[in-house]
Design a protein around this ligand. Structure first.
Ligand code: FCB
Length: 454
């Protein structure tokens, strides 16, 4: 056996998001969406994990397990339930959450927007409305002021690419369910602007805090025919947001799997040309999305590889591929794995996912990549958006009837790794692939330079 030793001060955490765990988030767009006939939601979020009332016990449990960080989100729909009306009791509530987290010796990492919007913002067009970034900035100012000085890490917007692609291009069954390229691009613009405004507001109010966004990044693979699609999706789902984060203090990396796109080679030049022609793009993209999402969900399940409950390929090392790319785009910038996890009913799989993921991450740290933390998704089994409660991502199981928490072995194992700052793994066979290092993406600088022109 050998010890993989992680740097001092490494953040070891678990994450949640307000709507997925708190319960009764009744002023939000998702609350309505879950009830609207015709949406793909499997079930409503309801009382979720009742974390709104049980947060103190939940964070005490996290601390007792050995972790040092809790990433959670504060809920805009609670804090500003009607335009311009800020609810002081809700601001106090989140202040108490921060206090409870700090009192347990945990570092609070706060996400200001994790997918949900207040109903009134959604009614005005959500992220498509040019005024939404200004409204978001105003909310951030109130929230950050109320949360106090202890919050050292802020994530502005969670996975803006998923919000835009999943909701405004209709790819993941998220609200508002529009399906056109124009809505999608407007939402992308709104989310980029929201991040810019929120981060400068946080810097002004809390100059000592570290500010970033958390990005859904895929390990993409394609054959020659699929490459134009991958380049297109990566540009609009990932790179446009990364480019807007060049001045951030850290990049939050969230990678769950590898996505492969194959197409006959003969179509590649046609696809490339069509995707660069606005009229063709508008016709083609919704079709590409429908094809890709239905196919992606079944890829692993159809036997190409081992599948998770989400239908994703079981690929814990995908996170190393995306970190390598981020490190090449932003040499020297701090990277935090702000989510990494697996939906499974077999906790030994979760342990394997963690150990393989951490081993790949450690190899990158040894190679000099400034990775500052590993935050597992999720602390609790919770409401997995349109997929409902059947997806089990928790280190801690939650009985939905009694709300009883049961600590899984994976929680104890990761907690012990966190406490010790080291992971024991079998010594690799001589000449075995390291699984971590690889050629750097030398095109990184060019990618960013081009994106800034967008
Ligand atoms: C991420 C989301 C998080 C959770 C995990 C499984 O995309 O940020 O809320 O749903 O996926």
């Amino acid at each position: 056996m050998r010890d993989l030793i992680f740097p001092p001060g490494f953040l070891w955490g678990a994450a949640t998001a307000a709507h997925q765990v708190e319960g009764d988030n009744a002023n939000s767009d998702w609350w309505d969406w879950e009830r609207r006939p015709g949406t793909p939601c499997r079930e409503p979020s309801g009382a979720a994990c009742d974390h709104y009332r049980r947060f103190a016990d939940d964070v005490a449990l996290l601390a007792a397990l050995g972790f040092n960080t809790y990433r959670f989100s504060v809920e805009w729909a609670r804090i500003e339930p009607a335009e311009g009306t800020f609810d002081g009791a809700q601001l106090d509530h989140y202040r108490r959450v921060v206090e409870a987290v700090s009192a347990q010796g945990l570092i609070p990492m706060v996400t200001l927007n994790h997918f949900t919007l207040p109903r009134w913002v959604a009614a005005r067009g959500g992220w498509r409305d040019p005024l939404t970034p200004t409204r978001f900035e105003r909310y951030c100012r109130r929230a950050v002021t109320a949360l106090g000085e202890e919050v050292a890490w802020y994530c502005t917007v969670n996975e803006p690419g998923v919000v835009a692609f999943g909701g405004y291009l209709g790819a993941l069954g998220f609200p508002p369910g529009s399906r056109d390229v124009a809505s999608w691009k407007r939402a992308i613009g709104g989310l980029v602007e929201a991040h810019r405004r929120a981060s400068s507001t946080i810097r002004e109010l809390r100059p000592g805090a570290r500010v970033g966004a958390t990005h859904a990044l895929q390990e993409w693979e394609a054959n020659a025919g699929g490459r134009p699609v991958v380049e297109y999706l990566r540009r609009l789902n990932e790179d446009v947001f990364l480019a807007a984060c060049a001045d951030d203090d850290f990049i939050g990396v969230q990678t769950y799997t590898r996505v492969r796109v194959d197409a006959p080679e003969v179509v590649a030049p046609l696809l490339r040309r069509a995707l660069a022609t606005p009229r063709m793009e508008a016709l083609l993209v919704p079709w590409v999305v429908r094809f890709e999402t239905s196919r992606a969900a079944g890829v692993a399940a159809r036997g190409r590889a081992r599948a998770t409950q989400m239908g994703y390929e079981f690929r814990p090392e995908a996170v190393a591929a995306t970190i390598r790319r981020v490190a090449a785009l932003f040499p020297g910038k701090a990277i935090v794995v702000t989510e990494h996890g697996v939906a499974t009913d077999d906790d030994t799989e979760r342990v394997e996912f963690i150990v393989r993921g951490l081993s790949a991450i450690h190899a990158l740290i040894e190679g000099g990549v400034p990775i500052r933390g590993y935050i597992h998704w999720s602390l609790l089994d919770n409401f997995e958006w349109a997929r409902g409660y059947a997806m089990r991502f928790g280190l801690v199981a939650v009985d939905r009837r009694t709300q009883q928490r049961t600590v899984r072995p994976s929680a104890r194992i990761l907690g012990e790794v966190a406490r010790a700052g080291r992971l024991q793994v079998p010594t690799p066979e001589p000449h075995a692939p390291s699984g971590g290092r690889g050629p750097r993406d030398r095109a990184g600088g060019k990618v960013l330079a081009n994106l800034r022109k967008l």
